[in-house]
Design a protein around this ligand. Structure first.
Ligand code: HEC
Length: 158
């Protein structure tokens, strides 16, 4: 029995060691000053702090990569979340989105946080301070609505 345990642990260690060789890239593409959401839309310091605290790691090019993002298999899951998160919504590349997409993303942002789908639950386990309160949800939705309104009013000149 004991030697079976030893075999089991030995094999697990070997597998964990080998999978460390599979290292998907952890990259932070350059941030172009004129294309960030801050350059394009009014983001007050409080909202900036909220987005920074709870969203930027997966939705910007300013991702902070802690040590465990280097250790497989956790690294695979995290890198995939960042890649998929940036593909859906990247605050650093906001200026590259057509106006219609910007409006949809603002609506989605309020919807996702209201449904408590964002920030991702697994992320808030590791980053408790990123958890969203009711006040955070209200603030984000007030912000996205205020922008949507100013955008709709602009073309009519009212
Ligand atoms: C741990 C990474 C992570 C964090 C943190 C995170 N997201 Fe996401 N987000 C994702 C991923 C992955 C997707 C795409 C897949 C999905 O919808 O689950 C996504 C999708 C989205 C979408 C697009 C949904 C759609 O269907 O169009 C919005 C909007 C969004 N997130 C907003 C936010 C906001 C706002 C925050 C902060 C309050 C946040 N996310 C925090 C990973 C993250």
């Amino acid at each position: 029995m004991r030697s079976r345990w030893r075999w089991g642990i030995g094999i697990a260690v070997v597998i964990l060691t080998i999978i460390q060789l599979i290292r998907p890239a952890r990259n932070n593409p350059p941030v172009i000053a004129g294309e960030t959401i801050h350059a394009r839309l009014p983001v007050d310091p409080a909202m900036n702090a909220t987005l920074h605290r709870s969203c930027n790691d997966c939705h910007s090019n300013l991702t902070v990569w802690p040590w465990y993002t280097n250790v497989a298999p956790a690294s695979w899951l995290i890198i995939s979340d960042v890649r998929r998160g940036r593909a859906e919504l990247n605050f650093s590349e906001w200026g590259t989105y057509p106006l219609k997409k910007q409006q949809e993303l603002l609506k989605e942002t309020c919807a996702e946080v209201s449904e408590r789908k964002m920030p991702v639950a697994a992320y808030t386990l590791l980053h408790p301070s990123a958890k969203f309160t009711d006040a955070d949800i209200a603030a984000v939705c007030a912000w996205t609505r205020s922008i949507a309104q100013s955008r709709i009013q602009a073309p009519t000149g009212e």
